[in-house]
Design a protein around this ligand. Structure first.
Ligand code: SF4
Length: 196
């Protein structure tokens, strides 16, 4: 199955934003797990097989189970912590998402792309729906990964910023420019169609 087909298989007839988000990330993570010969929980960013995932996707229990506890490096743990401190209620869904977002943020593309989402707007909605206290702090609409890094740097009392304010900084474009690009699920679908 291509990641796009996996997404449709996971979602089935369900029309719900949380299911769309989880299925998008899982479809990408399943493809990477297969290509990299790793358990899917490592590429997706969850420990074991969370009850909530199995409830949303009962038909995919076998595919989503099997991994053990994750090892996360310090940067990733800081991001999990930041997300949880800025979560709406600390619900099971928010804890699951925090772990998945932190793991996917270690990949090289825009965060919305590495979550398998269709555009940046979906990531912003995800942040508003589950991490509103944190999302509200992104008042300048910084790129999400940059925004997280900046807060983590501040929390740790050191900073990667090379200027006292963003307006005077030569890295401005790097932090604030558009987060545009193609969805990775669409990109992989087109690659599979070309290869066929
Ligand atoms: S624009 Fe410069 S000062 Fe502002 S967050 Fe980015 S690196 Fe830091």
């Amino acid at each position: 199955m291509t990641p796009d087909e996996t997404y449709r298989w996971l979602v089935g007839d369900v029309q719900s934003f949380p299911v769309h988000v989880l299925a998008s990330t899982l479809a990408l993570a399943l493809a990477e797990a297969e290509a990299e010969h790793r358990p899917v929980n490592e590429t997706a960013g969850y420990d074991g097989a969370p009850k909530m995932l199995l409830q949303w996707f009962p038909h995919a229990v076998k595919k989503l189970s099997g991994g053990g506890a994750l090892v996360r490096d310090e940067d990733e743990l800081c991001l999990v912590d930041l997300l949880l401190r800025g979560a709406n209620t600390g619900s099971e869904m928010e804890r699951l998402l925090a772990g998945m977002i932190a793991r996917r943020a270690q990949r090289p593309n825009h965060l919305w792309q590495d979550l398998g989402l269709r555009n940046r707007g979906e990531l912003s909605k995800l942040m508003d729906d589950y991490f509103a206290p944190l999302a509200r702090r992104n008042t300048s609409d910084m790129k999400w990964k940059k925004f997280f890094s900046r807060l983590i740097c501040r929390d740790a009392s050191y900073t990667l910023c090379t200027a006292p304010s963003c307006g005077e900084c030569s890295d401005y474009d790097n932090c604030f420019n558009e987060e545009s690009g193609e969805s990775l699920l669409a990109h992989l679908r087109k690659s599979a169609e070309h290869a066929a």
